[in-house]
Design a protein around this ligand. Structure first.
Ligand code: ADP
Ligand code: MG
Length: 251
């Protein structure tokens, strides 16, 4: 996907995160994410990928550095972080749906409570999104009645109900049975084609190759290398990137 001179949506400068004084999860991460860009983040376990995503929407408090989101400094204590968090949809490995609520309720509770939107309007949008992912007939079902793949598709459209400006995905298909991975990736691909700005931590290399405008390889808390999927997969420059990709292909 081509990204021509698009507006920067998220600017990350020298982000660091230390846990308990000695675990350096992020050691100075800097990157730009432009509007409409799909950035896939790859890297070994423990390299800081989840911490990076969680710092972006301040689920973790960064130790140092700057995050500028839509022109606003998210580290500034005066910034309304709850308001900004609503603009960043997040989908995790585990679905985090409320088990005691119907699918429709799961999707409308945050828009109604946090954005003070009316029930009819919120439900109307939720139903449209459910139709788009082929799950309109499950609106009144409960999460336990759905498959893992269906639950993850719901988690995605639930996040979309808040009309976010960016979607953050942390290994959205890692907990799924293999036969369900495709249906979730295809929803994400559709979203990318619709122009959503996305940051996706994934081990699905073919998918990353296919949808990314940029691939970021993280290692030991830093961005070791970043580039177009063509460059990063086809002609990696750093030895660490080569080693990581080689390990992947061996499996
Ligand atoms: P990845 O998602 O790439 O597997 P993480 O961001 O989860 O990596 O973790 C990066 C490093 O930070 C790891 O060494 C991990 O053990 C550590 N870490 C992550 N979260 C915490 C936490 N809440 N407390 C202490 N250490 C943590
Ligand atoms: Mg992780």
């Amino acid at each position: 996907m081509s990204v021509e001179k698009k507006e920067t949506l998220i600017q990350v400068q020298n982000l660091t995160k230390t846990f308990g004084g000695s675990v350096h999860a992020l050691n100075g991460v800097s990157t730009d994410i432009k509007k409409g860009e799909v950035v896939c983040v790859i890297g070994p376990s423990g390299s800081g990928k989840s911490t990076f995503l969680r710092c972006l929407n301040r689920l973790e408090d960064p130790t140092d550095g700057r995050i500028i989101f839509a022109g606003e400094d998210l580290m500034d204590p005066k910034t309304d972080i709850d308001m900004h968090r609503q603009k960043m949809g997040m989908v995790f490995q585990h679905f985090n749906l409320f088990p005691h609520m119907s699918i429709l309720k799961n999707m409308t509770i945050a828009p109604m409570k946090l954005q003070k939107r009316g029930k009819d309007e919120a439900e109307g949008q939720a139903m449209k999104l459910l139709e788009r992912v082929g799950l309109a007939d499950r609106a009144n079902a409960y999460p336990s009645q759905l498959s893992g793949g269906q639950k993850q598709r719901i988690a995605i459209v639930r996040a979309l109900c808040m009309n976010p400006e960016v979607m953050l995905f942390d290994e959205p298909t890692s907990a799924l049975d293999p036969e369900m991975v495709g249906e979730v990736l295809s929803v994400m691909k559709k979203l990318a084609n619709d122009g959503m700005t996305m940051l996706v931590v994934t081990h699905e290399m073919a998918f990353a190759h296919d949808i990314s405008s940029k691939v970021v390889f993280m290692n030991k808390g830093v961005i070791c290398e970043e580039g177009s999927p063509y460059e990063l997969f086809g002609n990696p420059k750093k030895q660490e990137t080569k080693d990581f990709l080689a390990r992947f292909i061996e499996r």
